[in-house]
Design a protein around this ligand. Sequence first.
Ligand SMILES: Nc1ncnc2c1ncn2[C@@H]1O[C@H](COP(=O)(O)OP(=O)(O)OP(=O)(O)O)[C@@H](O)[C@H]1O
Ligand SMILES: [Mg+2]
Length: 602
Amino acid sequence: MKTNNGRLSKTYLSPARLFIAVAAAIFIAEAIVMAVLYARPLPALAAAMLDPVILVILLFPVLYFLLFRPMLIHITERKKVEEALIKERDKAQRFLDTAEVFMVVLDLSGRVSLINKKGCAVLGYGENFIIGKNWFDSFTPSGTWETAIEALRSPSTLTPVLSESFENPVLTGSGARRDIFWNSAPIIENNAITGILYAGSDITEKKQMEKAIVDSETHYRLVHNSAFDGIIVSSADDKVIDCNPSAEKLFGYEKSELAGAELSGLMPDEYRKRHSEGLKRFLSTGKSQIQGKVLELEGLRKNKERFPIELVLSSFTFENEIKFTGTIRDVTERKKAEKDKALAQTRLNQTQKIEAVGRLAGGIAHDFNNILNAIRGNAELIIEDTERTDPSWPRLNEIIGAVLHASKLTRQLMLFSKGRPSETANVNINDTIENILVMLKRLIGDDIAVITELNPGISTIWTNEGSIEQIILNLTVNARDAMLAGGTLSIKTQELDLDEAACAYMPECKPGKHVVMSVSDTGAGMDKELLSRIFEPFFSTKEPGKGTGLGLSVVYGIVKQIGGCITVESEVGQGALFRVYLPAPGRPRESASLQPETTNVF
Ligand SMILES: Nc1ncnc2c1ncn2[C@@H]1O[C@H](COP(=O)(O)OP(=O)(O)OP(=O)(O)O)[C@@H](O)[C@H]1O
Ligand SMILES: [Mg+2]
């Protein structure tokens, strides 16, 4: 193109030179005419004709060689150049058209000067429609391409801008927006930027897919993060890969602390071996006995606290690696509720058994009392005939005393079982203990020391003394039976004000002032299993004939009747401590004298 331009410029004369040549031809023609006329005058017509003839003869070659011929050459050359240009453009266009990328050339005013087939296809317009239109007004959504528009206004800043890649949308004929990733290059002619070539790839689908992936990931994350259950993902080498916020909360670790940590660190020692064996078995055989099942286990928090969990385990393969998902639910509350329910049920059963025993005992007590009366009558008859100096006299006297005491208890037993209030009074427990101490000592034998610590400041209890005696008697006999090789029996009294916090540990106690009678021994003690059953009627670990298993259930019934509660602490080999809490100060219950008790316990 450059050579053609050079040839064109050579054939051309400047208008000034052409003007000078024409003026010179006219001057020469006029000079010739004047010389001819001077040398030989001609008739007027001939003289008049001579001037234009000479002028034409002289001007024609001037005009031909200096104007028409160069002009003809110029037109021919120009046509050739144009054809060459068109050829080159078509060639360029063919190149552009074969490209699978969107290509568009804009001039500095933003008009489209070239677009390839792909570009037309993306925009959904024919080439003719697009060429010459302003790119930004016609084919881009408003508010986009701002940087490119700005850069076009000052072409000197274009080069750095153009060398960048960027993402900008186009607007198609159907009004749809498509995202294109562009590369750009300046078009430079005669050392000046005359336009821009944009080459772009349509990334609309790719972006939509990327967005779909991001959306799906976000959705999954939200489900994962909002799950109430803890979720932990672990690898085949038993390391934590991922966990959700609930899992962080459950175990008390930050996610960053858990990531990469050993999964077995989240379970107490005794579960670890089983866990690693199960994992190995699954990895080698592909068989699992636990996957998909709800397992009841224990978790281990960061502070080493154990807590009951429900675990559901599943596995999946990702990028050829086996991974595991554990869904963990903290069932502390549920377990507690179940335990409370079981406890309530046990107590209900206990109460029902006690009621039944009460009724049964009531029936027997009547006959038993008659037998006692017979013993007492006969004993009294014998003692009347016996001298005081007779060695049998004190023994007979003791028999009568014991029978009297037994009748008193039997009478109370009958009263309780009939559901009628017994003779209640303000009882000072210290006095009751003092009164039966001699008998107690005799009962437990010489191998067992008895210590009493009776706090003189305790309140009285509104109850009947026989019931308190029965409590002390049963606890003492049990202590004796637990200290076959001897030991110490302690009986203490004190007054305590129970608050809500204390009652939380003793659900059967109500807040308020209580007189507490503690009976402890240094005997064999009890394990947890035994402790959970001792208040059951007929539960006894003693040989048949030695224990009925009714002692503690009777104690339990009496304590409930008074409105108190009983606790026991014991460990194997460490003795036992029974604490009886009785509400104080004792106050007559209005209902007691007006209507019968409905609960038949004794
Ligand atoms: N102080 C104690 N030390 C160890 N075990 C005890 C103690 N008190 C009670 N027990 C256990 O509780 C069981 C139930 O006691 P409970 O008084 O109800 O019945 P018993 O003593 O076996 O029979 P009974 O009192 O009717 O003669 C006992 O068999 C014993 O195993
Ligand atoms: Mg007993």
